[in-house]
Design a protein around this ligand. Structure first.
Ligand SMILES: [Zn+2]
Length: 808
């Protein structure tokens, strides 16, 4: 590639940035791992700007970590098992698999046109989910319904404390989980005195009074009354809608060994979103009234002492303890006996993971008339989804029509049996996909322990705030579960969570009707925009981009108009990742990044031109002033390396990183022609600048690097580096910079006039308040400033300068 004086139109550079392919089979132990994950997209068929933003961030972090010598996993897949696919298929009369596959294909093309460097070899077929069943046939999820009684929120809440880098999301999770103020007890459900195979976890806020339970109450919407539960018939028989209905189903409390009847509540909801509660008359008047009205008997378990405190009676070994003592000892014992007892929040109900729909992961359970529900043996997994002839979206699960698939042999008694026809909710798939990426081709199990341990936890997880509660909660839950099953060593799946803001577009609505208008329908010629035909006034706001609001942007069009790296740089520069971007090309962000790219190009051209002239570069010919100028460049380079590295590793403020690199660009642009020609500092700073820009604008940086590597008569070794810019090591701070004196000379100006310098400790050199004090206390300050009124002091740490604005 030939670099010449005019910047080329950057936008047509579509080449795949060369990558060292990560070793797939062997896990490299010598290099540190880095797992960067962006939330996988739902394959709708169209990328939107929000996707482009999240993948630009993950791509930038991946490039940076590779340049630091790390082994990077940046995988990609599809959240492909969703109801939209089934609904779209019903609407259009298509097969959901065909529809999903064609969407994946077109989105893959769009992603490729963005030049993103994902580990596509990590996309497992399972995450394509095209052969359905493989997606989730977790051996450990055999008792996929009974895992629900595993809800142990205490540990999930406690573990939040170990996630320092979750910021705002942490409190959202904690609020969502709620205070852990009570606990669940497991109950074996019986009909006519026979064990039904169902275990139900019922909540109480007074676990110490557990021996006084009179009943267990479920909501009419409880899963046991719907779907395919063994208790459904008995429960529905007793159901009198709108009334508290006593059923013949009983619940044996695993902890107390006492059996109580099950009541279907007259309520539509219990407090805190629960759907199963214990009725303990001693602990609540309301529960006592209900038990009385149904003619139920119970045992008194609380005795009020003369001093008003309550102690336990009729409670086995806990008799005689105070309520507070018993609260702790009962819950602890219940845990030890595996009968419940985990302190939990009253805010959660069971996670309903099954649906009567087709396009989802089959639940690997077989129903036998003799044995009841039987798990499919591990060696027969996965259960794959059969083809069905037509989908209506109504009635029973479409899987009931797949007769050949439905009928099977009972794994236990070998008699005739039927497969479970509900499928799993898509949240189940997305709650463990990050494990599967670590071992995507494994045909035997969800993932190998050692592989998951090598890559987990995810170092940075990037996605939208809308997923901050539900998805993250389920994912954390499943990771805790896998840890307790001995499948992985890490408990928390995500170390750092980067929640990205929205991309908003300007919307124009007719003030009276609220109708959204396209730009074509608007007259912008006056002082305020109006509707073209009617002249109506418009409300102008910023809203999340969407088709219905006429404010969307097609990434392909943006790409055509501005080019790939300009789009990337704009997305990174317009706002920190966690803030919303108000997409407006009229602000300074687009011109700013365009100008910066042109200036980078100009610097390469300048160096090449200087070194191609008749004079041979020679640092020893620089005079004192020029050497000091070169020294400033060297300092600025080191400062930029420190700052940019910090932004890439600590706060992910890519906008600040770009600003810092723009600052270094300015310094280099101002360099005198002799410093450009004769100093190694200019050359090295320019090389570092290109390398540090590379993760964010890899295509431009590759071109710049090609230009740099052709510079004649290089003075330093840095330009001799082999390979492309992305194969260069990330620049490190010169050791001498770190050893520079603990103080620096700060130039002092008064009303913009230079008037000397003051020595300040380096560690406070960025603190405007401290620097101002030091200057005022110095002899210079005493002489020039003590008598004057300071209106303002402006510190510029980059140029080591403070300017006092004073009354003349
Ligand atoms: Zn059987």
């Amino acid at each position: 590639m030939e670099v010449n004086g005019t910047p080329k139109p950057f936008q047509n550079i579509f080449f795949c940035v060369p990558q060292k392919k990560e070793s797939h089979t062997g896990l490299e132990r010598s290099r540190k791992k880095f797992y960067v994950l962006s939330m996988f997209p739902y394959p709708s068929g169209r990328l939107h700007m929000g996707h482009v933003r999240v993948y630009t961030i993950s791509d930038t972090i991946s490039h940076f970590q590779r340049m630091r010598g790390h082994q990077v996993l940046n995988p990609m897949g599809w959240d492909a098992f969703g109801l939209p696919a089934e609904n779209a298929a019903i609407e259009r009369g298509l097969d959901p698999e065909d529809w999903t596959k064609s969407n994946i294909e077109s989105m893959r093309k769009q992603l490729d046109s963005l030049g993103l460097c994902f580990n596509w070899d990590r996309v497992s077929e399972s995450l394509h989910s095209t052969d359905g069943g493989l997606d989730l046939n977790f051996g450990v999820l055999h008792h996929c319904i009974s895992i629900l009684s595993y809800l142990r929120l205490g540990p999930l809440l406690d573990a939040l404390a170990d996630l320092p880098e979750w910021y705002g999301v942490k409190s959202m999770q904690a609020n969502w989980i709620g205070d852990c103020s009570g606990c669940f007890f497991n109950h074996i459900m019986k009909v006519d005195g026979r064990d039904s195979g169902e275990v139900l976890a019922a909540y109480t806020g007074s676990p110490e009074a557990v021996f006084g339970a009179a009943y267990v109450s479920v909501l009419p919407s409880h899963r046991l009354l719907h779907g395919s539960s063994a208790l459904k018939t008995a429960l529905l028989r007793a159901l009198r809608p709108g009334r508290d209905s006593l059923t013949e189903v009983t619940a044996l409390n695993v902890f107390t060994g006492r059996e109580v009847p099950v009541v279907i509540s007259s309520k539509k909801e219990f407090d805190g979103h629960l759907d199963t509660v214990m009725g303990i008359p001693d602990s609540s008047e309301e529960e006592a009234e209900l038990a009385q009205s149904l003619g139920l008997s119970w045992i008194s378990v609380l005795k009020t002492e003369q001093d008003g405190t309550q102690t336990l009676i009729n409670s086995d070994e806990f008799t005689g303890q105070s309520r507070a003592e018993a609260f702790n000892s009962v819950t602890q014992k219940a845990r030890e006996r595996n009968a419940g007892g985990y302190l939990t929040s009253a805010k959660l109900r069971d996670w309903l993971i099954s649906r009567q729909r087709y396009w989802g992961t089959p639940i690997p359970i077989v129903h036998c008339s003799a044995c009841g529900p039987v798990p499919v043996p591990v060696e027969e997994l996965p259960v794959t989804l059969p083809k069905v002839s037509s989908l209506s979206g109504k009635g029973a699960s479409p899987l009931k029509t797949a007769q050949d698939w439905l009928r099977c042999q009972c794994p236990r008694c070998k008699g005739p049996a039927e497969r479970e026809t509900d499928t799993m909710d898509t949240f189940v798939d997305s709650s463990w996909y990050y494990f599967r990426y670590t071992d995507p081709q494994n045909p035997l199990r969800p993932f190998e322990h050692s592989r998951a341990d090598h890559w987990m936890p995810v170092d940075v997880y990037i996605g939208g705030k809308e997923h901050a509660v539900m998805h993250l909660y389920y994912a954390r839950f499943l990771s805790h579960f896998c840890r307790d099953q001995g499948m992985v060593s890490h408990r928390e799946p995500f170390r750092k969570l980067l929640v990205q803001g929205l991309i908003k577009g300007q919307t124009f609505r007719v003030a009276e009707t609220g109708q959204y208008l396209t730009k074509e329908d608007i007259d912008f010629s006056g002082p305020e925009p109006i509707q073209r035909d009617s002249g109506s006034r418009l409300q102008v706001t910023w809203e999340k981009m969407s088709k219905s609001k006429q404010n969307g942007l097609d990434p392909q069009e943006v790409l055509q108009q501005y080019g790939l790296d300009t789009m990337r740089l704009y997305l990174l520069y317009a706002a920190p990742p966690e803030q919303d971007i108000l997409w407006d090309v009229k602000t300074d962000a687009i011109p700013g990044v365009l100008r910066w790219q042109a200036r980078l190009w100009g610097l390469i051209t300048k160096l090449r031109a200087a070194r191609e002239g008749p004079e041979t570069p020679n640092p020893s010919v620089l005079n004192k002033r020029e050497r000091s100028e070169a020294r400033k460049i060297w300092e600025n380079k080191n400062y930029a390396i420190t700052q940019v590295t910090g932004h890439f590793t600590e706060d992910f403020l890519f906008n600040a990183a770009i600003s810092r690199l723009m600052g270094l660009t300015n310094t280099l642009s101002q360099a005198s022609s002799r410093v450009v020609l004769h100093s190694v500092e200019f050359e090295e700073a320019l090389a570092s600048l290109c390398v540090m820009a590379a993760p964010m604008c890899p295509h431009l940086a590759s071109e710049l690097w090609a230009g740099l590597s052709q510079v004649r008569n290089p003075l330093g070794s840095v330009l001799l580096g082999k390979g492309s810019v992305l194969q260069q090591p990330w620049p490190s701070v010169d050791p001498e910079y770190l050893q520079t004196p603990d103080t620096l000379q700060l130039s002092v100006r008064i009303n913009n006039k230079a008037c000397g310098s003051v020595s300040v400790p380096r560690e406070v050199a960025q603190d405007a308040q401290k620097v101002q004090e030091l200057v005022l206390n110095s002899s210079l300050g005493a002489r020039l400033l003590s008598e004057r009124v300071i209106k303002k002091a402006i510190l510029s740490p980059r140029t080591a300068l403070i300017n006092f604005l004073v009354d003349e």
